[in-house]
Design a protein around this ligand. Structure first.
Ligand SMILES: Nc1ncnc2c1ncn2[C@@H]1O[C@H](COP(=O)(O)OP(=O)(O)OP(=O)(O)O)[C@@H](O)[C@H]1O
Ligand SMILES: [Mg+2]
Length: 327
């Protein structure tokens, strides 16, 4: 789950005159996390504004799939992390949350109503405080989070009806879910006359498709979009090995070589004082983007080594340190 990790509780707090105080929950500081003020307060956003909307929508979907009602979704109760050019969101404040076996449509929509209200309110407040617009229209922003939520929820859980001979539709649906970053543990197919109804239960739709695959193959723990980028690079490398080597290369063997010959040396050669600026997977993604950019300009592939050197000087050296942005 994309939530901060609890590490302790300070309970039974009393003042000197015996008055009881609320307990305090202590959570581990989430590294490379950007609070919304650091994102929207900048004139140059660290990622397109639409990715903040998608990140919040996806966080709500993931919580709801697990049966978790948040009850206070807001910008300040979430944290954002760079995720391969986009952002992903984490829940920080679950004080109002309730864990159910599954959520009814009414509970889900109630949670989204609360989110819409909170988000637009916070955006108006932030605009007033900074004396400038932080988004075009706070209400449109909040409504768009709802739309993105509804669309993703439907893609993941909507029933589908097809004719018995159309088995490929099941394949297509499952592939689409994988592309969106979700795995389905189990599907239910119900025969109704000359039709088949495909049911996907929210409890068996699991996020983290690419993340799990990357972890299994390489031991690297990244976020979903980063994992997608790293896996693509790994596939490219495997194709290269197959073309130039003599034996067919298994996924596991190719992954081992990619890790020790490409990923690790690239990250290890980043000057130590610059490594705190971004998570390793994000640095790797940015180098690949930079390589694409330089290659476009040069009209030929400039290669990983040159792209890395240029990226360190042109991009990373001047970027703000984001490991612990609030400390
Ligand atoms: N584990 C964490 N890692 C990094 N930052 C965190 C973490 N937990 C909380 N924060 C930061 O602290 C802020 C406040 O956290 P939280 O919402 O849990 O406190 P709160 O007492 O409920 O405050 P508020 O009343 O403003 O909601 C968050 O918006 C976030 O920026
Ligand atoms: Mg809070």
């Amino acid at each position: 789950m994309p939530v901060v990790e609890p590490i302790g509780i300070v309970a039974e707090r009393t003042t000197a005159d015996g008055e009881e105080l609320d307990a305090i929950l202590i959570t581990r500081q989430l590294e490379f996390a950007l609070p919304y003020r650091l994102i929207l307060g900048r004139r140059m956003l660290p990622a397109p504004e639409a990715t903040i909307r998608s990140a919040l929508a996806e966080l709500l979907v993931r919580l709801h799939l697990a049966g978790f009602f948040w009850g206070d979704c807001s910008l300040s109760n979430a944290l954002f992390r760079r995720d391969a050019g986009a952002l992903s969101a984490y829940l920080v404040d679950a004080e109002t949350g309730e864990l159910h076996d599954r959520l009814s449509d009414g509970q889900r929509l109630h949670d989204i109503d609360i989110a819409e209200e909170n988000l637009s309110g916070e955006l108006y407040d932030l605009s007033a405080e900074l004396e400038r617009d932080v988004v075009d229209d706070p209400w449109e922003f909040a409504e768009d989070v709802r739309k993105r939520y509804e669309q993703l929820w439907a893609e993941l859980t909507e029933e589908q009806v097809f004719a018995p001979g159309e088995g490929q539709k099941l394949e297509e649906r499952l592939r689409r879910l994988n592309e969106l970053g979700f795995d389905v543990e189990e599907v239910e197919l119900v025969r109704e006359g000359d039709q088949v109804r495909l049911k996907l239960h929210s409890k068996v739709v699991e996020p983290g498709h690419h993340r799990r695959r990357l972890l299994r193959l390489t031991g690297l723990d990244a976020q979903e979009n980063q994992a997608r980028v790293l896996l693509n690079d790994l596939t490219r490398y495997k194709t290269y090995l197959e073309r130039t080597g003599d034996a067919p290369v298994s996924d596991a063997a190719a992954a081992g070589r990619w890790l020790s010959e490409i990923f690790e040396p690239t990250i290890a050669s980043i000057p130590r004082e610059l490594r705190g600026k971004r998570a390793a997977a994000e640095i790797f993604h940015e180098i690949l983007e930079h390589r694409w950019f330089l290659s476009e300009q040069a009209g030929k592939d400039v290669g990983l080594e040159q792209a890395k050197k240029s990226y360190i000087e042109q991009v990373l050296r001047t970027a703000p340190d984001e490991k612990l942005p609030l400390v």
